[in-house]
Design a protein around this ligand. Structure first.
Ligand code: NAP
Length: 425
């Protein structure tokens, strides 16, 4: 049988893994690889010519599938667009380009009768996308929630286990190669927002515009919050979630408290863990390596083998392609979300402070489940509060009123508490 001819844009971490795995698969012929710098030393030699001109691959009529593992928005977008225009199928690991340009790329692919496969773009080696797209096709998905970034999970795990502060844990993650020299995309939650955009498309039919995703990273999480969280039976994780909210979708990235007995709380180090809630299957959880050379390449080559095996079937692309509509998802207003909250409020230790906090919370319909005051020093106390299920808008209003009080030093932490069933409690 004739081999399927493919070209690969990028020969970095993931591209290297792809070449290693392809070595064991005989039905696919890698014709050419494109890189930025030809003179760079590579971990292994490519089994085909290498070029610094990616258009050579896109313009080659013999190449049927383009593997895009170069990353970033541009030139990836232009190259993918040009490849789809030429009716080449796509396998990509690039969450950023999909999150920012998914609607246009999928629309173009549908019009050209080609498929875009992107298993590696979310949760690395975990077959999450094919599970949602094919395995759970019988279900109405109500939410997808999880730990979608290994770097931040490594940092939070180190902070909890070793009592390190954020900067020390980040430096260690960089030293061990888990975090980039510029860690912004990970620690500020952009990477998770990109992945949620894609998961929203698969679960609810439209990409979520990453610019509009309600996002908070982990830079303000302090070592003492892990201790307080543990005293109440929780761990702190950076959770991304996309969930049905009437005719809209609630998509958010937040450091959150997770009950210690929930399996998500036990996803440690650089792993990812995702809970999918479907009406027929109930709650389903997947855990595994969310990044790394071979785990990510496993997802890329899996896509490639699936795609290659279908190439000769008539009109197969529409069967493989998830039903993603043009345009962006309608996002629910952030303030509508209900959740229990963990708060750490630093105050001047004056008589009557707790009473005043109670009055402000009561005025804004916030019910307190637990409250603990700890003296820090003369005139300084930490007040730790766990609320009942409250509306985020009410919480924001209460905190705005609290901020006007002279006794307040700072609201040092305000994090939602995750509850099973895919919702923040
Ligand atoms: N690394 C992971 O664990 C992981 C996990 C999941 C998803 N992903 C995604 O996979 C993709 C690749 O990640 P990676 O870690 O493999 O990246 P990487 O190590 O930085 O490799 C990127 C590759 O693309 C090439 N490249 C970049 N810009 C180019 C340009 N303008 N023209 C030609 N070649 C260009 C680079 O060439 P040079 O080698 O010459 O610089 C390099 O070979 C990204 O979208 C990433 O988000 C990665």
């Amino acid at each position: 049988m004739a081999k399927v001819v493919v070209g690969m844009l990028g020969f970095g971490t993931v591209g290297t893994g792809v070449i290693r795995i392809l070595d064991q698969h005989s039905g696919i012929s890698l014709k050419k690889v494109a890189v930025r710098e030809l003179s760079k030393k590579r971990a292994l030699s490519a089994p085909c010519p290498i070029t610094a001109n990616p258009s050579e691959l896109v313009d080659d009529p013999e190449i049927e599938i383009i593997i895009e593992v170069m990353g970033g928005e541009r030139p990836a977008l232009d190259l993918l667009t040009a490849a789809i225009e030429k009716r080449k199928h796509i396998v990509t690991a690039n969450k950023e380009v999909l999150a920012k340009h998914g609607p246009e790329l999928f629309k173009l692919a549908a019009s050209k009768g080609v498929a875009i496969f992107c298993e590696a773009s979310v949760a690395g080696g975990i077959p999450l996308i094919s599970t949602i797209h094919k395995g759970l096709e019988a279900n109405q998905i109500s939410s997808v929630t999880g730990i979608l970034n290994g770097t931040t999970n490594f940092i939070l795990s180190s902070m909890e286990e070793k009592g390190e502060d954020f900067n020390a844990a980040l430096a260690k993650a960089q030293e061990l190669g888990y975090a980039e020299a510029d860690p912004t995309a990970d620690i500020e939650g952009f990477d998770v927002a990109y992945k949620l955009s894609i998961l929203t498309a698969l679960a609810f039919g439209h990409f979520a515009n990453p610019k509009d995703i309600n996002r908070k990273g982990i830079t303000s999480v302090m070592p003492e919050d892990f201790k307080h969280a543990r005293d109440f039976g929780y761990r702190i994780k950076l959770l991304g979630s996309t969930s049905a909210a009437g005719d809209a979708v609630d998509v958010r990235v937040r450091p959150s408290l997770v009950p210690i007995l929930h399996p998500l709380a036990n996803v440690s180090g650089a792993n990812n863990g995702i809970v999918v809630d479907g009406d027929a299957v109930g709650e389903l959880m997947m855990v595994g390596p969310g990044a790394g050379e071979l785990p990510t390449a496993s997802a890329v080559v899996g896509d490639l083998i699936n795609l290659a095996s279908a190439l000769k079937l008539p009109d197969f692309a529409s069967y493989f392609q998830a039903a993603i509509e043009p345009g962006w998802a309608k996002l629910a207003p952030a303030g509508d979300r209900r959740s229990a909250y963990y708060l750490r409020i630093e105050v001047h230790d004056h008589p009557g402070v707790i009473g005043q906090i109670g009055t402000i919370f009561g005025d804004h319909h916030l019910s307190i489940r637990n409250i603990v005051q700890q003296g820090v020093s003369y005139d300084h106390a930490s007040i730790i509060i766990i609320t009942q299920d409250v509306k985020e808008a009410n919480m924001e209003e209460a905190l705005a009123e609290l901020s006007k009080k002279e006794f307040l030093k700072t609201v040092a932490a305000c994090m939602p508490i995750y509850a099973a069933g895919g919702k923040h409690a």
